[in-house]
Structure formats: structure tokens, C-alpha cells
Write a protein that binds this ligand. Structure first.
Ligand SMILES: Nc1ncnc2c1ncn2[C@@H]1O[C@H](COP(=O)(O)OP(=O)(O)OP(=O)(O)O)[C@@H](O)[C@H]1O
Ligand SMILES: [Mg+2]
Length: 417
């Protein structure tokens, strides 16, 4: 460990004492509330354990992406144990921890499983396990073939239908697996200020509060935006309350049963509020030419009123995106048409709900489709992961378009309290 004095919370001490007393299992899962100190102690635990393993053994560290792994784990591990003891290279996807060889991997999709085929591992570390594909996890367990091999993982709770719960945690509870589950709560972390914990708690409502603050594995059920659906009048405005400093456009392309939807979303000064300013919604099969014409007309209308330079489109449709981009360029409109980021749906929904809860979200009265969509959205609890019910009758397209427009500035909006 580094020369700096390292302090542990009481909960973290418990984790280290499991290591010291040889009570770790084959799978060791640290789970619970956000910011509760799981990742921090998991890295200390991992480093202490790896240091006791054979010098010629191989190890793996993974997260959803290599970027996330570097940001959340590798930099911290290096600060904790010192750069003499831990070195890494993202380019070569390799690291060395106390002289042991560590592979680094991002496990963002089903194909990730191929990346670790054939390895023989003595230990693995996975941050944010529920974000990883089950096939990768199954492959990883099969690669942990050395005697006494161990896996260390952290996660926040998810749906009770998530593969990690149904195929592992529940089976572990019945004693079927060599599995240790250590639960963390936000109160277990004394290193957070009271004000920070308070503002964090205000950020989450409903199912998100239960999962991310209380650390419970609960299903997302019922209405998706309960506070909005209870009283839409509170959020519907004739005009924006504050000046719009700039706006973005979100585009969801229609298919067989779905509609074409555009949403223009305004951001007020200092990222105080988001305002749904205008919308386009058409549920019929139209030619690509017609779609381009409608888009150009929509962009022109927004350009006349707001500073808008970017449009974010459903990224499944590359040819359509190129078509829209050419159409606006040909009409002399300075709008950069690009692929939407498409972050996890649960994060996008949580974001809109956080704005609603803090009264930072408005919809202009003309935007009936967005309003109806927000009121009608319900969770599809039959799915393994969190999705809105898309039964062909409910409008999820306006919500997708709204989220694509919001996504690029979610971080800026959330950093304003
Ligand atoms: N022993 C410690 N000493 C100093 N700071 C700590 C300690 N443990 C945790 N922290 C700090 O508390 C914060 C939250 O810790 P950490 O990132 O480990 O939480 P987490 O449970 O992994 O959160 P999330 O679920 O959001 O990923 C971090 O800023 C971390 O630096
Ligand atoms: Mg973490």
C-alpha cells in the first residue's frame, strides 16, 4: 500500500477482516447504495489479495468499458497502492499489480465474452457488475479455473429480474454457490459530508430511491414519471419561465409500429431548467424525402427562435442520419446532425425524474405528444432490465427523442443543485 495513512470505515474494516480471517469465497460481491464506499474498499481488498497470490498467475480487471475502468478503478488503485506497485496501459490492455500480470477488459456487449476466451485466471475484479453482459460473466467464471481462484465485484442493486439476482444471488441464498454478499448502505460511508448525502437523497425518487439510496433490489413498476403524471398542469407552461440560453433537437425514427418524433429541448441559463419547446410527431410510413423535408422545416422553426446547433438521432439508422444531415446543410442551416449517445435507459429516466422532482422541468403547452407520453408511460415489469412498456399504443417515441436531446447535457444539468 502507499505511504499515506489509509483509513477505513467500520464497514470497510469488516471487509478487510474477512480477508484476514480467510473468510472470502469464490465469488465476493460488494453491493448496495451509491457512494457507500464499495469501489474504494473493493480495490484495497483486491490489491491485498493479489499480493498474496502466485507471481506467475494471471488476473483480470473489467468494467463496462475500459474508459470506465480507468476512471473509476485504475486511477484510484494507483493512488491507493502507489505507482511503484501498480502500472497500467489502456492501449495494451495490461497492468501490473505487485508484479502480477493483470489483463484489462471492457465488457460492453455480448461480443466481449470472446475477449476472455482461453484465459486461465487466478482472480478477477469487476466494477458495476450489473452493467455487464451475463455471457461475459459466465465466461469469466469458467476462466477462473486455478485452485482457490476468486472473483471480486461491486454493484448497485437492480431489478429483481436481473440475471445477477435470479441466477446467482438467489441461488447463493439457498446455499448453492460459494458466494459472499456484503451489503453497503450510504450511512456506512463517514467520508461524505451531511450536505452531500442530503442532496444525493433529494436527487432520487421512487424506484431509484429504493435502489440507489436504500440499496434494495426492487422492480420498476407502475407509472414511470409519477410526479408529472399526478399533476401535469404544474409543468405545462405558456412560455418558458427563464430565458433559453440554447436548445438541442432529439430525433427518433419511426418503424412499422412506431412514430417519427422530433423534440426541441431548451436549456436555461446556467443549466437551471430544461424546457420542452417544440415537437413533431407523425405515426405513419413516410418516404425518406418527406422525413427530410419535415426535419428541415422543424429545424428552421427552431433556428428562428432559439440558439440551436445540434440534433441527436436514434443511432440505429445511419443512412437516415446522413440524409437529415445533408438536408439541413443543403438548406444552409447550421445544425450538426449526429448519433444519440444512447446511455442506459434507466439513467435517462432517472435524470428526467430528478428534474421533475426539483421543479426544473417544463413543457410548453403546444407539446401535447410529449405531455401525453410523460403521463402515460409505465414500466414493463416483465423484462429483465428496466424498460418502458412499448405496446404499440403508448408513445415512447417522443420520450426517446426528448432523452436524445437531453443526454449530452445531463452531466451539466446534474451538477447544478
Ligand atoms: N476509506 C476511505 N477513505 C477516504 N475516502 C473514502 C473511503 N471510502 C470511500 N471514500 C470516498 O467515498 C466516496 C464514495 O466511495 P466509492 O466510490 O467507493 O462508493 P461506491 O459505493 O462505489 O459508489 P457507487 O455505487 O456510486 O459507485 C468516494 O469519493 C471515495 O473516495
Ligand atoms: Mg462504485
Amino acid at each position: 500500500m502507499s505511504d499515506k495513512q489509509i483509513e477505513f470505515s467500520q464497514k470497510q474494516e469488516e471487509v478487510i477482516s474477512l480477508l484476514k480471517h480467510g473468510k472470502l469465497k469464490r465469488i465476493n460481491l460488494l453491493e448496495g447504495s451509491v457512494r457507500s464506499g464499495k469501489t474504494w474498499i473493493s480495490l484495497v481488498l483486491w490489491a491485498m489479495w493479489v499480493a498474496t497470490q502466485p507471481k506467475d498467475a494471471s488476473f483480470l480487471m473489467a468494467a463496462k468499458t475500459l474508459t470506465a475502468l480507468e476512471r473509476n478503478n485504475l486511477n484510484l488503485l494507483s493512488a491507493l497502492v502507489g505507482t511503484d506497485n501498480f502500472r497500467f496501459s489502456i492501449a495494451s490492455k495490461k497492468a501490473e499489480l505487485f508484479g502480477r500480470n493483470i489483463y484489462l477488459e471492457g465488457a460492453s456487449d455480448v461480443r466481449a465474452e470472446n475477449k476472455i476466451r482461453g484465459l486461465t485466471l487466478c482472480g478477477a475484479y469487476v466494477d458495476e457488475l450489473t452493467l455487464i453482459d451475463e455471457d461475459f460473466f459466465v465466461m469469466l467464471l469458467s476462466r477462473l479455473s486455478e485452485p482457490d481462484a476468486k472473483l471480486f465485484a461491486t454493484t448497485n442493486p437492480d431489478s429483481p429480474n436481473h440475471w445477477l439476482m435470479t441466477n446467482y444471488i438467489e441461488r447463493a441464498e439457498c446455499g448453492e454457490l460459494d458466494f459472499l454478499r456484503i451489503k453497503f448502505s450510504i450511512e456506512d460511508n463517514p467520508y461524505l459530508s451531511k450536505e452531500y448525502v442530503k442532496s444525493l437523497k433529494n436527487e432520487y425518487t421512487g424506484v431509484f430511491y429504493q435502489r440507489f439510496i436504500k440499496g434494495e433490489w426492487v422492480a420498476a413498476e407502475g407509472v414511470v414519471y409519477p410526479e408529472y403524471a399526478d399533476n401535469p398542469q404544474k409543468f405545462l407552461k405558456d412560455k418558458p419561465q427563464d430565458d433559453i440560453s440554447f436548445a438541442t433537437i432529439g430525433v427518433d425514427f419511426g418503424g412499422n409500429k412506431s412514430a417519427h418524433a422530433f423534440v426541441c429541448l431548451g436549456f436555461t441559463k446556467g443549466f437551471r431548467r430544461c424546457v420542452v419547446l417544440d415537437e413533431f410527431y407523425l405515426k405513419e410510413q413516410i418516404s425518406p424525402e418527406r422525413l427530410c423535408n419535415e426535419f428541415v422545416a422543424f429545424c428552421r422553426r427552431q433556428k428562428e427562435r432559439y440558439r440551436v446547433y445540434e440534433a441527436y438521432c436514434d443511432n440505429a439508422e445511419t443512412t437516415l442520419i446522413r440524409g437529415l444531415s445533408n438536408a439541413v446543410i443543403n438548406c444552409g442551416l447550421a445544425i450538426d446532425v449526429k448519433k444519440a449517445k444512447k446511455t442506459k435507459i434507466i439513467d435517462r429516466i432517472r435524470f428526467i425524474n430528478a428534474l421533475i422532482a426539483s421543479n426544473r422541468f417544463e413543457v410548453l403547452k403546444g407539446c401535447c405528444n410529449v405531455n401525453d407520453a410523460l403521463c402515460q408511460a409505465v414500466w414493463d415489469s416483465s423484462e429483465q432490465c428496466d424498460v418502458r412498456l412499448d405496446d404499440g399504443y403508448r408513445n415512447v417515441d417522443s420520450l426517446d427523442a426528448l432523452e436524445y436531446a437531453a443526454e449530452p447535457y445531463m452531466k451539466e444539468m446534474m451538477s447544478v443543485s
